[in-house]
Design a protein around this ligand. Structure first.
Ligand SMILES: [Zn+2]
Length: 157
């Protein structure tokens, strides 16, 4: 991806950026280059887009409800060689990379890709598992200390 695309990824969720780069590599291998035209948006930026939504060819989410404001969405367009079905190929590769494609929304937004809520759950889930493992190893340490204390106690008697 070009520098402007990388700049547009600044501030978005790290896992989202990783999935977008994977998607870009897969698309590049299929002859489609993409550009990130929008990443994380400030509340002001979303409000400005909302105010001007009548002139936007794509649906605009009400301020406070866009995943762009949380850094969990990007807008992507194909550049260079365009095949007539570039958009559906992008949707296919985006979904393969673990993103939710706006092309499937009730109001289709084919340039929009976001982290699925289930993806966030998976990430939160792995955090919870990591925490549980930490706590379990803490319990093992405490148990080991308990055995040591018991041995010391027994040796003293
Ligand atoms: Zn979008």
């Amino acid at each position: 991806m070009d520098r402007s695309s990388e700049n547009s990824l600044l501030g978005v969720d790290a896992e989202l950026a990783r999935r977008v780069r994977n998607m870009a590599a897969a698309l590049s291998a299929r002859g489609i280059e993409i550009k990130v035209t929008s990443g994380k948006r400030s509340a002001e930026r979303q409000a400005a887009l909302w105010a001007n939504r009548a002139n936007n060819p794509y649906p605009v989410a009400r301020p406070g409800t866009s995943k762009h404001e949380q850094g969990l969405a990007v807008d992507l367009v194909p550049t260079g060689i365009r095949t007539s079905n570039a958009s559906s190929i992008m949707g296919e590769e985006g979904e393969r990379a673990g993103l939710q494609w706006g092309g499937r929304f009730t109001k289709p937004d084919p340039v929009h890709f976001e982290m699925p809520d289930s993806g966030a759950l998976v990430l939160n889930g792995s955090k919870i598992i990591a925490q549980a493992k930490e706590q379990a190893s803490g319990v093992r340490v405490l148990a080991a200390l308990g055995v040591t204390a018991l041995l010391i106690h027994l040796l003293k008697d």
